[in-house]
Design a protein around this ligand. Structure first.
Ligand code: DC
Length: 230
């Protein structure tokens, strides 16, 4: 890998957008191309959700969720080639992708105390920078001073196709059902009171519907290099 200029070592790249917009593959690809760290904040919300589900906390009881959330010992790795996530020292990378977690994560991530706890963890990981951070509120709330903010969008049908393709090894997925679930999550994530999914006013909006993953990564790498050279 080519040594990158100093500016990149401090750069924070925020990549936000709805489910299936290509955030994870794009963010990991950009981090790998630029030799930067990588943080998947969605995985942290999922790990928190798994923590609450395994303790049988009623998700409708916001006070109980807030109290039990503080116990969660979530550790996110930042190596883009091997993303890791542990809960109390146990690898939960499979559990956080389960249907039960996916169905509950929007409700958990709407709780302000959960967001506050995870925001603090995320800011401490971001630290001095040199990192690509993906999520829903990175450019708006977690890292409002990020040097580069990207907001990825794509047509719902394209997003559902991508998600369904990712899920095929579990069992056959109906794209229409995946699209309905994804749209339901979009509504919950973008209408919640606490840091809803939204593009920062200074974000570059990239529509990935007709772009390949390589094209999206290439465009962001180019923007990051321009920003680092400033
Ligand atoms: O990116 P993902 O689908 O793995 O995220 C799972 C959920 O976590 C998503 O439905 C909303 C929530 N989330 C959030 O509220 N804020 C973030 N920064 C990242 C994810």
């Amino acid at each position: 890998m080519q040594p990158e200029p100093d500016g990149l070592a401090r750069l924070v790249i925020a990549i936000d957008g709805p489910a299936g917009s290509g955030k994870s593959s794009t963010s990991r690809g950009v981090a790998q191309r630029l030799g930067l760290r990588y943080l998947d904040t969605g995985a942290m919300y999922r790990a928190m959700t798994w923590h609450l589900l395994t303790r049988s906390v009623s998700l409708d009881d916001v006070d109980a969720v807030a109290a039990r959330a503080a116990e969660a010992k979530i550790v996110s790795g930042t190596d883009a080639s091997v993303p890791t996530i542990t809960l109390g020292g146990v690898d939960v990378s499979v559990e956080i992708r389960s249907d039960a977690t996916t169905a509950a994560v929007s409700q958990v991530s709407a709780v302000p105390r959960v967001r506050q706890l995870l925001k603090e963890m995320q800011r401490s990981i971001i630290g001095p920078g040199g990192i690509v951070v993906e999520g829903r509120d990175i450019g708006t709330v977690v890292a409002p001073d990020a040097g580069l903010k990207i907001y990825l969008v794509a047509d719902p049908a394209a997003r559902a196709e991508r998600r369904a393709a990712e899920l095929t090894d579990q069992h056959e997925r109906d794209v229409a059902l995946v699209e309905a679930a994804l749209l339901r999550r979009d509504v919950l994530d973008s209408t919640r009171a606490a840091s809803p999914l939204a593009a920062a006013s200074d974000a570059v909006v990239l529509d990935t519907t007709y772009l390949t993953l390589g094209e999206v990564i290439g465009a962001i790498v180019e923007l990051a290099r321009q920003q680092a050279d400033r």
